[in-house]
Design a protein around this ligand. Structure first.
Ligand code: GLC
Length: 748
């Protein structure tokens, strides 16, 4: 969808004879293509401009396009343009409360030729009518956002594709967020695509992967702005890769609908992330048990194996709250059933596990086996809840269970219907649900004589598949990227309905902006390699500032086998990430903390004990998130935007604002260099040694411990070690002042 201006009427870019020649040939070949070619919005300059209700600027373009510019809060500007005509009905899966996206009061300033919209805190939007450009200025007259005058917005009236361009404030501006990307911590100089894709064993750099969150934070010398492009089609961002002077973004359809987060007076990342959370919602408080250690694998069956796991956890004194059952618990991969030979009495098993302080989470995929003797299928079919293909026939594609049908999760009725099946599992004592394969992912036919590329188009529904779209019917082109999130929503909302007094726990692989309202997210099928361990920090910190607090990566790597050293370092690195779960694919060694014997078992136990010791702090941080939208896991630049040395750090992270974690992510390393951000001192968790802010130090990092530091002056709530969250007692929580006591002995 990245197009150069092609044969545009009046386009100034057509300079070479070659281009002119090509245009002429195309013109001869098909007259209609001239109309359908990419055009600039310039041609469609603003012919009419109105200011309505003391709120919004309405724009009419010469080519028939329509637009609106308004403030949704004094610090957040929303721009909507439909190059093809009337604006669409204003709907969004991302925005939590539609009121949050509506126009706030503003003043009209400037003149009709040079109009300006002024928000109530003094932020201004300047509109240039011909050619059409937007400039947003903060109260101090600094440019927040400026359309790139050298590169007009382009659109293709035939395909619906469009792109627009922003002038970069500086060529050293860095960019963060963008949801889940297997990319370095700052995403400058990248071209990124959003299209939820099942990417088993994705290599570093592969893009896109499972999630779509078209939101970023730009940072330049301590000053930030944010941009959220609320468009569910296939979208892209180019952060200075194609041209180092500009940021571009665009979509394969829909509207140019975006929010600019000016960052208010302080222009800080904190303010931007908070404003984004106000718009797209915050994660509700998770159950405390979901913050404990979680043990998973693909292959925990039959029941006796699960009982042995529970016994091994307790015998080895490995604190743990959750065990997972993957697809093998089902009868022939039929969701909402049990394989009764493997699990003859789930209710008994659940209650025995619960008695040992263990909750069970089970996987639920979207595909429903086509089987006339399977009531979930026959009921769904009878009620018309399944997705149909473009010809009106039920869409059947292969997943684990073979040919399967798929609920249309963009239909409230289908969500409610699917959600109702969770009741039996809740009654059996299942505590949480894991929604996988919801990109949606489908299998390629075996006989297909084509390369198995990661982004093979046959790995999901055909693009012309219709969806209900909650009252706005359209094809999979528009709804692909929200399918997974709407499945997680179906799960979350039904758990809320069925157990109103409990906090739901849902884990999803695919999602769209706002997914945090319904679910935790894990980073899919990663790899047992040092490179992937290192990747967890830039991936998770960026996902975190994209509004999703409850996140984790499969510890040890999902595919392949980690060495004992790699698994041990991975457990350490993940000990203070928001979600801590070991998981592995089938037919590979268990990812159990004792699997490699001593000395690894003892070291691994210590990593998990550390997490439980810090759990009261972690719980507080989730409360803080639920109140303010602040992330739990934080990149260093988020807390220290004035310290540019933090901008590219990707092997350290902060838990809240008071704990600095510097995991070892390279093999055979027993020392590592650590940067201590400016403006505060840090105390070594294990030795009490003090490090001044703004310095880099070589710190001992023996395999036996995670390099960890507490901020001088902080007060940390910590507790004695417990085997699971059911053993926690509020009276045992100590508030430790880091000034007095910097060493935190593990107590039992
Ligand atoms: C997918 C998931 C993985 C799961 C497997 C089997 O690959 O990403 O976590 O174990 O399916 O259900």
């Amino acid at each position: 969808m990245i197009k150069q201006p092609r044969c545009t009427r009046g386009a100034r870019q057509v300079t070479t004879m070659l281009t002119l020649g090509t245009c002429f040939l195309m013109f001869v070949a098909n007259l209609s293509t001239v109309q359908a070619a990419w055009r600039t919005l310039d041609e469609a300059r603003v012919t009419r401009l109105t200011f309505s209700d003391r709120r919004a600027l309405q724009l009419d373009f010469a080519g028939g396009g329509r637009g609106q510019i308004f403030f949704v809060t004094p610090d957040v500007v929303r721009v909507r343009i439909n190059p093809r005509g009337t604006l669409e009905a204003d709907a969004s899966y991302a925005v939590e409360d539609r009121g949050a996206a509506r126009a706030n009061v503003a003043e009209f300033a400037g003149s009709e030729d040079a109009p300006e919209l002024v928000g109530s805190s003094g932020v201004r939007v300047r509109v240039n009518r011909a050619p059409f450009r937007i400039t947003i200025l903060d109260r101090e007259n600094r440019i927040v956002y400026e359309s790139d005058a050298a590169r007009p917005a382009m659109f293709d009236s035939e395909s619906g594709e469009f792109e627009t361009h922003i002038k970069r404030t500086s060529q050293t501006e860095t960019y963060y967020g963008f949801g889940e990307k297997a990319l370095p911590v700052s995403r400058h100089g990248q071209r990124m695509v959003n299209w939820n894709t099942d990417t088993y064993g994705y290599p570093a750099g592969l893009d896109p992967i499972y999630q779509t969150i078209p939101f970023y934070i730009a940072l330049n010398k301590g000053t930030a702005y944010g941009l959220f492009f609320d468009n569910t089609f296939r979208t892209f961002f180019d952060t200075g890769k194609t041209d180092e002077r500009r940021v571009s973004f665009g979509a394969a359809g829909g509207e140019l609908n975006y929010y600019v987060f000016t960052g208010g007076n302080e222009r800080s990342p904190k303010k931007i992330v908070g404003d984004y959370a106000d718009l797209t919602g915050r994660a509700p408080l998770p159950p405390a048990w979901a913050l404990g250690y979680q043990q998973s694998r693909w292959g925990y069956y039959p029941e006796s194996r699960v009982r042995k796991l529970a016994a091994d956890l307790r015998r080895n004194r490995i604190p743990c709250d959750v065990v997972y059952l993957d697809i093998d618990y089902m009868d022939g991969y039929r969701v909402f059933t049990w394989d009764k030979t493997r699990f003859p009495n789930p209710k008994n098993l659940m209650s025995d596990l619960r008695a040992q302080g263990l909750r069970t989470v089970i996987i639920i995929d979207p595909g429903i086996k086509v089987d006339p003797n399977y009531s979930v299928y026959t009921e769904g079919k009878a009620a018309g809840h399944f997705v149909k293909d473009a010809t009106g026939k039920e869409l059947n594609m292969n997943v684990w269970a073979g040919a399967s049908a798929f609920p249309d999760f963009t239909d409230a009725r289908a969500r409610e219907w699917f959600g109702s099946y969770y009741k039996t599992h809740l009654d059996e004592g299942i505590a949480g649900f894991w929604n996988d394969m919801n990109e949606p992912a489908t299998f390629l036919p075996d006989q297909l004589n084509e390369p198995r590329i990661f982004h093979h188009p046959g790995k999901t529904f055909p693009l012309d598949t219709p969806h209900a779209g909650d009252g706005r019917p359209d094809t999979h082109r528009r709804y692909h990227n929200v399918y997974g999130m709407q499945m997680a929503r179906a799960t979350f909302e039904s758990l809320k309905r069925l157990r109103p007094d409990e906090r739901p726990f849902v884990l999803t692989r695919a999602g769209y902006a706002g997914v945090q309202r319904y679910s935790a997210v894990w980073t899919g099928d990663n790899v047992a390699s040092w490179e992937h361990l290192a990747l967890t920090i830039p991936m998770l910190t960026n996902l975190s500032v994209s509004g999703v607090p409850l996140i984790g990566a499969d510890i040890g790597g999902f595919s392949g086998e980690p060495t004992p050293e790699l698994y041990t370092r991975w457990l350490q690195a993940a000990a203070l990430t928001p979600m801590m779960r070991s998981h592995v694919e089938s037919a590979k060694l268990d990812r159990e903390p004792w699997i490699h014997g001593e000395p690894f078992t003892s070291i691994n136990r210590k990593s998990i004990e550390l997490r439980y010791q810090i759990l009261p702090l972690l719980i507080n941080l989730f409360e803080e998130h639920a109140r303010t939208g602040a992330p739990v896991m934080r990149p260093l630049w988020y807390e220290y935007p004035q310290d540019s040395l933090t901008y590219l750090i990707e092997d350290q992270y902060l838990l809240g604002s008071d704990i600095l974690v510097a995991p070892v992510v390279r093999p055979n390393q027993v020392k590592r260099s650590i940067y201590f951000p400016k403006g505060t001192a840090w105390l070594d968790w294990w030795t009490g040694k003090r490090y001044e802010g703004g310095t880099t130090a070589e710190v001992e990092a023996p395999l036996t411990r995670l390099p960890l530091f507490a901020r001088a002056g902080a007060t940390l709530p910590i507790q004695p070690i417990v085997q699971h969250t059911g053993e926690m007692k509020a009276s045992d929580v100590r508030r430790v002042n880091v000034d007095e006591r910097a060493v935190f002995p593990l107590t039992r």
